[in-house]
Design a protein. Structure first.
Length: 449
C-alpha cells in the first residue's frame, strides 16, 4: 500500500498541465529537475525533510505547496517554508490554487470548505508506475473520516464520517483503476481500500459489498472490530472478494483500551472473531500499540504469551503510542507535563516514545517494544503462522493472501533497526542530510514540547 495523494492531486490538475509524481519511498526525487509548481504530501515525521526539499526547490525559483493533516494543523508554521499551504481538502482547494498560480496571484493559504463526497474524482491511476514497487496494489477511497473518537487518532475532532455514492466507487474500479500486472498477473485484479474505516456505516458496507460481488476482484481494507461481531458483515465481505482486513486492536489489556477511549474493541471476543474471519477466507490482521497509559511492565512482559494463545494470530503493525499534536491525547499529556523535553516533529513516527506513560519509565517501554518486534517478526512464528492458517479456508486467493502476508510480519523486525537511534524523543538527532542542509540554510526545527 502506498499513499494515493499524488495521483489524487494529479487528477485535480487541469488537462493542459504536465504532471509527474514521485514517491520518495519508491524512487529518489530528482532535485535538479525543473518544475513550475511542486505539491508535497507528507506525514508529521517527515516535516523537517519536506522543509529541506522545499527550500532547495525555492532556491531555484520553483513554487512549493504543502498539504495534508500536518499542514492543516500547523498552517502558520508551514507558511514560513512553502509558498502556499492547503489547510483543507484538495478537491476544492487545489483547482482554486492552480487558477491563482496561473494568474501569478497564488495566496499563502487555501482553506475552502470540503467538497461533497459525490464530487470526489477518480485518481490518475495511469501515473502509478508499478515497476518502482512491484508488489504495490492500486488504492481507492469509498469513505473519509471515522465515526469513533479514539483519543490518540489524528481524525478525532477533525473529520466527520462520510461516504461516496456506491455507483461512483464501482465505476472507478471497473473503468478507471490500472492494475499491477507484475508476477505473471498474480495481482492483476487486486486493490486496497484506503479508507480509515470502511465499516463506519455497516449498512453502506453491506451495500458496497453486494455491488462488488459480481466484479470478482480481490481486495483488502481497514475497519473497526465491532463490524466483525455481526456474521452478516463477515459473509458479505468474504463473498465480495475481501481477503484482507486490518483492524486496530491496539491492546489486549482492558485498562489500556479504556485509556485510549477505544470502547468498540472487546477483548473477550477477539479469538472467536479472528477464527471466524480466517474460516471465511479473510486474513484478519491487527495492530498493537505499546506505551499507552494503561500499560504496565507485567502486561508487556506477558504480551508474547497472550499473542501465542491466540490461535489465528496475524499481527502486521506494532507501534509505540504517539501523541499527535492535533489529538485529545496530546492535550492531556502536554497538560500533565508528560511530553518528553526536546520532542520534534521527526519523533512522530509511531516508533519513538514522545511521552512519559503513567505507569512505566520511557526506557522500559522502548525495551519492551524492541523485544516484541524481534519476537513477533521471528522466522519460527511465521512458520507457525503459515502452518495454522494456510488451510483454514478454500476461498479463491485466500492462500496467496496468507503467503504474501508472511514477509509483512517479518518486516516488523525492521521497525527500530537504526542502531544510531534510541527511539526516545529528545535523545536522537535529526537524520544527517536533513540536519546539514537545515544548518546551512538556517531552517529551524519544529519543536513540540
Ligand atoms: C497507505 C497508508 C500507509 C502506507 C503509505 C504511507 C505513506 N508514507 O504515505 C503505509 C502502509 C506505508 C503506511 C504506514 C504508516 N502509516 Co499509514 N496510512 C495509510 C492510509 C491507509 C491511506 C493513506 C492514503 O493514501 N489515503 C488516501 C488519501 C487520498 O488521503 P489522506 O492521505 O488521508 O490525505 C487527505 C488529506 O490529508 C489531504 N492531503 C494529504 N496530503 C496532501 C497534500 C496536498 C498538497 C493537499 C492539497 C492535500 C493533502 O488530502 C487527502 C484527502 O482529503 C492512511 C489512512 C487514510 N485513510 O488516510 C494511513 C495513515 C496515513 N497512516 C498513519 C500512520 C500513523 C502510519 C504509520 C506511522 C504507522 C506505523 N507506525 O507504521 C506508518 C508511517 C510510515 C511512514 N514512515 O511513512 C496515520 C497518519 C497519522 C498522521 N501522521 O497523520 C493514518 C491517517 C492512519 C490513522 N488513522 O492513524 N501508511
Ligand atoms: S477507530 Fe481507528 S480511525 Fe476511527 S477514531 Fe479510532 S483509531 Fe481513528
Amino acid at each position: 500500500m502506498q499513499s494515493a495523494v499524488p495521483e489524487l492531486i494529479a487528477g485535480l490538475c487541469p488537462d493542459h498541465a504536465e504532471v509527474e509524481i514521485y514517491n520518495e519511498k519508491e524512487i529518489n526525487i530528482p532535485l535538479d529537475r525543473d518544475w513550475d509548481l511542486v505539491f508535497f504530501s507528507y506525514l508529521h515525521s517527515y516535516y523537517e525533510h519536506t522543509k529541506v526539499l522545499s527550500a532547495l526547490f525555492r532556491q531555484r525559483g520553483i513554487k512549493t505547496v504543502a498539504g495534508g493533516r500536518h499542514a492543516s494543523h500547523f498552517t502558520r508554521d508551514c507558511e514560513q517554508f512553502f509558498d502556499a499551504v492547503v489547510a483543507g481538502e484538495p478537491e476544492t482547494n487545489v483547482p482554486a490554487l492552480i487558477r491563482d498560480f496561473e494568474r501569478g496571484e497564488m495566496k499563502s493559504t487555501y482553506n475552502l470548505p470540503p467538497a461533497v463526497p459525490a464530487d470526489i474524482k477518480s485518481y490518475r491511476y495511469d501515473l502509478i508506475d508499478f515497476s518502482h514497487n512491484r508488489v504495490r496494489m492500486p488504492g481507492i477511497e469509498a469513505s473519509r473520516g471515522c465515526p469513533f473518537s479514539c483519543n490518540f487518532c489524528v481524525l478525532t475532532g477533525w473529520e466527520t464520517y462520510r461516504y461516496r455514492p456506491i455507483k461512483n466507487v464501482i465505476n472507478e474500479i471497473e473503468f478507471k483503476v490500472r492494475w499491477n500486472r507484475h508476477y505473471f498477473g498474480l495481482l492483476k485484479n487486486s486493490f486496497m481500500f484506503l479508507d480509515n474505516n470502511l465499516g463506519g456505516s455497516p449498512v453502506y458496507l453491506r451495500e458496497l459489498c453486494a455491488a462488488l460481488t459480481p466484479l470478482k476482484k480481490t481486495w483488502g481494507c481497514a475497519l473497526t472490530f465491532n463490524v466483525l461481531r455481526d456474521d452478516r458483515n463477515i459473509k458479505a465481505l468474504a463473498n465480495a472478494g475481501c481477503r484482507y482486513i486490518y483492524t486496530g486492536l491496539e491492546s489486549l489489556n482492558p485498562e489500556s483500551l479504556e485509556s485510549m477511549n477505544k470502547r468498540q474493541n472487546k477483548i473477550s471476543e477477539v479469538d472467536e472473531i479472528i477464527r471466524k474471519c480466517f474460516a471465511s477466507g479473510i486474513l484478519l490482521s491487527f495492530g498493537l500499540i505499546v506505551g499507552s497509559d494503561g500499560d504496565t511492565n507485567e502486561y508487556l512482559e506477558r504480551l508474547p504469551d497472550y499473542l501465542s494463545e491466540l490461535k489465528y494470530f496475524s499481527i502486521t503493525f506494532l507501534g509505540i503510542m504517539c501523541p499527535y499534536p492535533e489529538t485529545p491525547l496530546f492535550h492531556k499529556i502536554k497538560g500533565e507535563g508528560r511530553l518528553l523535553p526536546g520532542t520534534i516533529s521527526r519523533d512522530y513516527d509511531c516508533y519513538t516514545l514522545c511521552h512519559r506513560p503513567t505507569s512505566m519509565h520511557p526506557s522500559e517501554v522502548v525495551d519492551h517494544f524492541r523485544r516484541l518486534c524481534r519476537k513477533v517478526g521471528s522466522i519460527s512464528r511465521i512458520g507457525r503462522y503459515y502452518w495454522t492458517n494456510l488451510m483454514a479456508s478454500a476461498m479463491p486467493s485466500y492462500k496467496l493472501t496468507i503467503l504474501g502476508s508472511g514477509p509483512e510480519i517479518i518486516s516488523l523486525k525492521n521497525n527500530i533497526r537504526n542502531d544510531r537511534r534510541r527511539y526516545i524523543a529528545g535523545l536522537d538527532s535529526l537524520e544527517q542530510w536533513d540536519a546539514d542542509v537545515m544548518q546551512e540554510l538556517q531552517i529551524p526545527v519544529q519543536r513540540l514540547s
